[in-house]
Write a protein that binds this ligand. Structure first.
Ligand SMILES: *Cc1c(COP(=O)(O)O)cnc(C)c1O
Length: 428
């Protein structure tokens, strides 16, 4: 696989290099120089999930992971399913929350951890990542206990749910967590600064595990194929996929699946009040506002860092601009959508509810809608119970950590403070 930095065409990378580097020069994103088209889509769709995912990833990655390596990585990483549930006559949901941390980020996180551990061959690596909630848990669990890999996770203090925080701040060992006294964008900015600082980047062998890492994105392509394989075959070319979006990694992966020939008709980029993209798609003006806190906190992002890849998919002719629509769903309509789903017999949480709201209002005759269920409702228990007025039970993964103490330390949003902390922690 060949990738190129979207900010610097001279900066090229193999798959392994792009996975190790995370970001390219000038904080540019790596993007495939060619996205292969699968010409036997029906055969691919007929395969079981793991075998199909290996086929899709083999087409993208090529022969870099050889001799059973890719097979082993996919089998370990994708050890749980992604079932499609029917919600109404023409609307379905893809449940991506059956992994260990109950959110879709388990797919990308686990695939990346397995890949990185395979390609770094015992060299020390420090993963530095910012999380608005679910990335932290997925990355922490995926890397916990892997030799020679240390993980530092920054999260906005007090801005993610207590249970969500417990999922990654209680592990200890090679997982180090830092509560930053600011918002997610500030955490993301600190990560970017660290990558620009050679002392830290080279000294600690930095790697980023957030949704900008190409391995996470490629892993996510696989479950769009899985969704299509479970939907009625006669409706396959009428599928509208609604993606609850924050950093836009999930949507980027869906578009790569379409570029590979998966016959998704069109996409809806569904956001909360942090609606930089929906406004941009309407007005053509990129005008991020200050980030606001919402119930769907994993989507509280006003400067989505995967957007340049979506622009590239459109500019390079893989995706027609008309295939993407933006939709903002405010707090009131998010709650309304959660209640409507409950009346339909489906308990959901704010992120998926936003995508449901966006697609159920937008379907044209003959189309079917699919919204991505990005997290288990119990991960947002307080919000869900408040909105629906009913208690919901905790799955085992959450019940187990609920009573444990957080091991996170607090730091101000200062790069010097973070740098000192990391060096004292990891240079020992
Ligand atoms: C991360 C996350 C999102 C947003 O996904 P992006 O790939 O960043 O757009 C949506 N819902 C949940 C529950 C998440 O954790």
């Amino acid at each position: 696989m060949e990738l190129v930095n979207l900010k610097d065409p001279q900066d090229q990378a193999s798959f392994a290099q792009a996975v190790k580097r995370g970001l390219g020069k000038q904080q540019g994103l790596y993007f495939p120089t060619n996205i292969p088209k699968l010409d036997n889509i029906d055969d691919v769709l007929a395969m079981p999930f793991v075998e199909r995912s290996i086929t899709v990833l083999r087409a993208l990655i090529g022969d870099e992971l050889n001799n059973g390596e890719l097979e082993q990585i996919v089998e370990t990483a994708f050890a749980f399913g992604a079932p499609v549930e029917k919600v109404t006559d023409d609307v379905y949901t893809l449940e991506l929350f059956h992994g260990p941390t109950l959110a879709f980020k388990d797919f990308g996180g686990r695939f990346m951890a397995q890949t990185l551990s395979g390609i770094s061959e015992g060299q020390p690596v420090t993963i530095l990542t910012a999380t608005s909630g679910d990335t932290g848990a997925a990355v922490a669990h995926a890397f916990h206990g892997i030799d020679n890999i240390n993980v530092v996770i920054l999260f906005p203090k007090g801005k993610i749910s207590a249970l969500q925080e417990k999922l990654f701040t209680t592990l200890g060992g090679n997982i180090h967590t830092v509560a930053i006294e600011s918002d997610f964008d500030a955490c993301q900015a600190l990560v970017k600064t660290a990558f620009d600082d050679p002392d830290v980047r080279e000294g600690l062998h930095l790697n980023s595990a957030n949704s900008i890492n190409i391995s996470r994105l490629l892993a996510q392509v696989c479950y769009y194929f899985e969704a299509m394989s479970q939907l009625p075959a006669d409706k396959r070319d009428q599928l509208v996929v609604s993606v609850p979006s924050g950093n836009f990694g999930n949507l980027t992966a869906g578009m790569i699946a379409k570029a590979m020939g998966l016959p998704i008709k069109r996409f809806i980029a569904a956001t909360n009040l942090n609606d930089t993209v929906p406004r941009y798609l309407k007005t053509g003006e990129w005008a991020p506002n200050a980030t606001v806190a919402t119930m769907s906190n994993a989507m509280d992002v006003s400067q989505p860092n995967n957007w340049p890849r979506i622009e590239a998919l459109i500019e390079q002719g893989y995706i027609d601009k008309g295939c993407l629509k933006g939709e903002m769903v405010d707090e009131e309509y998010t709650q309304l959508a959660m209640r409507q789903l409950a009346q339909l017999g489906y308990t959901s949480e704010p992120h998926a509810a936003i995508a449901y709201r966006a697609v159920s209002h937008d379907l044209e005759p003959g189309e079917i809608g699919l919204f991505l269920g990005t997290a288990h409702p119990a991960k947002f228990r307080e919000t869900v119970e408040n909105v629906l007025g009913n208690p919901i039970s905790l799955p085992k993964a959450l019940a187990d950590v609920a009573g444990e103490d957080s091991l996170a330390i607090d730091l101000p949003a200062s790069y010097d403070a973070l740098k000192q902390h990391m060096i004292s922690l990891l240079k020992a």
